[in-house]
Design a protein around this ligand. Structure first.
Ligand SMILES: Nc1ncnc2c1ncn2[C@@H]1O[C@H](COP(=O)(O)OP(=O)(O)OP(=O)(O)O)[C@@H](O)[C@H]1O
Length: 285
């Protein structure tokens, strides 16, 4: 688990043990990383995207946020670091990160604590070198010199990109850029790491490498994904958001074995996983 005094995001798991067999309730008694209560939100055009969402994620949990297109997943995520806010416009309800309300007065601290890795790494990489990109956030927090260098080195090592530190990000492959984007967020030593479709557009090897990196991180994770095998592998717990409400919350394996739930919310495992509901059958691989 992340040491909240030092904020270090150190690897805890070993090898490729992704904890997939861990029960969803393992962290039920852990202090909350994230508490969302009665969150409702309509966009300025009047479109209601969230209708009273309640969600508690314990420190160190890894949770997949699943749901069909238009379910409200991005809208929910944008509330976690105050890009959208329940206390403005038509919003209702509250979001707290490690007990701190997501509100205008706390935005700087909240954005340090909630690291969002967006789907397109090019939205997050804009400096001449990888090192400068990863240093950008901690430098904004006031870190300088050896302390800043150590923070950058640590984050790049966590994603296996140390040897690329002096390369321009635009010379890297898409998969490498995504890993650097993860490092830019880890360098802030976040309380909670939010990943938007982390496996999208990765080739099988890149997908596997990123899974191994994510499995080793010792930080609370909320992963938005349509990649159900990825959710199953990396997140013991899943939450299904559909039509702006939470339709299910439980052990990922159990939710993905519930055919009625899956059909109702347009969730589909790829061929080969079709018999997850057989109870004694294991997914391939
Ligand atoms: N800026 C906006 N203005 C008005 N409506 C919006 C806006 N952004 C999203 N919506 C609507 O809010 C609803 C939820 O959208 P959201 O992007 O949160 O869904 P999502 O679950 O992330 O979908 P996807 O899986 O396709 O990314 C959708 O009906 C969408 O059309």
């Amino acid at each position: 688990m992340a040491d909240t005094e030092t904020g270090a995001v150190v690897g805890a798991a070993t090898g490729t043990d992704t904890g997939a067999d861990t029960g969803a309730g393992t962290h039920a008694g852990a202090p909350a990383s994230l508490e969302v209560e009665g969150l409702a939100f309509a966009y300025p055009d009047g479109h209601q995207a969230l209708f009273g969402v309640d969600l508690r994620i314990g420190r160190g949990e890894r949770v997949a946020l699943l749901g069909p297109n238009g379910a409200g997943k991005t809208t929910l995520v944008l509330h976690l670091n105050g890009i959208l806010s329940a206390d403005t416009g038509t919003g209702r309800g509250s979001v707290r990160v490690a007990g701190l309300p997501v509100a205008k007065a706390n935005l700087q601290e909240i954005r340090r604590r909630v690291g969002i890795v967006f789907q397109d790494p090019d939205d997050q990489l804009f400096m001449p070198t990888v090192r400068e990109d990863v240093a950008f956030g901690p430098a904004n927090l006031g870190l300088r010199g050896a302390e800043l260098d150590a923070r950058v080195d640590e984050a790049l090592a966590l994603v296996g990109m140390a040897e690329f530190a002096d390369r321009p990000p635009h010379h890297l492959s898409f998969g490498q850029r995504r890993r650097v984007a993860v490092a830019t967020v880890l360098a802030m030593r976040p309380e909670i790491l939010v990943l938007d479709e982390p496996s999208s557009n990765l080739d099988p090897a890149g997908r596997r490498e990123l899974a191994e990196i994510l499995a080793r991180l010792d930080v609370t994770v909320l992963m938005v994904t349509h990649d159900l095998p990825y959710a199953l592998e990396l997140c013991p717990r899943a939450v299904v958001l559909s039509g702006g409400v939470i339709a299910a919350d439980g052990a990922t394996r159990e939710l993905l074995a519930d055919r009625e739930l899956m059909d109702a919310h347009r969730l589909e495992l790829p061929y080969g996983f079709a018999r997850l509901d057989c109870g004694t059958c294991a997914p391939p691989g």
